[in-house]
Ligand binder design. Sequence first.
Ligand code: G3I
Length: 369
Amino acid sequence: MKNNYNKWFLFIMASVLLAKTSYAQNTPTLKQVFKNNFLIGAALNAAQISGKDTLAAPLIKTQFSAITPENIMKCEVIHPSWDKYNFDLADKIVAYGNQNNLPVNGHTLIWHSQLSPFVKQIQSKDSLLQFIKNHITTIASRYDGKIFSWDVVNEALEEDGSLRNSIFLEKLGPDYISEAFSIAAAAAPQTELYYNDYNIEQPKKRAGAIALIKNLQSKGIRINGVGIQGHWRSDNIPLKEIEESILAFSALGIKVMFTELDLTVLPNPWDVDAADVNQKAVYNEKMNPYAAGIPDSAQQKLTNGYESLFKLFYKYSDKINRITFWGVHDKQSWLNGWPIAGRTNYPLLFDRNGKPKPAYYKVIAVGKP
Ligand code: G3I
């Protein structure tokens, strides 16, 4: 009797394993489906880079064809004081990318946000210029030939297309952008160099980005591409402006990428598209409606949003080089903490258990109808 029971148990376990294997073999992954169209990237956080996020680990290897460090190459982590650098996790992600054939996009060299405290205290123009030189030269030359690209300058524009009023603009004037790209080009001759920003699909800000890129080009300074971040609302994706932007940016002769894609499903306190990490609002339960789970109506909006977006990306795949999601799964997303801390958001293609969501299957179907 006991023997029979054991046999049945083994038979059932073997069937489950077989079914699982054939499911995995028959379901195409994002990187497989879009391999002739564009790279599919993911932003990795510290736990993922150090291998502690076991939920994300198999997804990173099977689903994605490019990676970006979400935070660990930012000034406040990689360059904590004037002559001290912290390359631990940056070296890890670069090695991981090289071992697994995943091109790494460095994020980011010059950004007004997440600066180390010592940078904010710099008073003179000369010292700030020296900081920019040291920072870019040290980091970009270390990884030249080992990473694929750099977001050299991040979020330098205001919504109206003018230059953002940052410490860099204030102390160095508008030429700091040319300086940054020139220094990066000298330090990293084998690495592609990009400008990266949010909302640059919107006409005024797009015009500012085009002016910025043309200014570099007119001076003969190398810029290889532009990253449209893509932090949008699932039920309000600016498809028309995105399409116009793909055409306008690619007409400049540079690569176009979507670099930080996620679609929030939660209410926004100001009813605008934004990604300014310094904008914060106070928690209340009304603003966190899906703490217990996402309802079908919101899931459907997310699914439709991703489907229409990927149809557009697919249409212009000759002009788009990379689509990077800002995270691997919902549990990791910065949108659980911004602009209101402690919410439960659902902006990516994989859920909190690392399982593909309905939006995932629609995206796959766009690439493999
Ligand atoms: O690492 C510390 C941890 O030690 C500490 O206990 C904890 C307490 O708050 O903070 C941790 O740092 C946080 C870090 O993310 C890592 O989790 C910072 O507070 C938090 O501000 C930081 O947020 C990041 C944000 O940029 C600011 O750097 C988000 O994860 C990241 O997704 C977001 O990414 C930006 C892009 O770089 C540029 N475009 C917009 C995009 C979204 O804001």
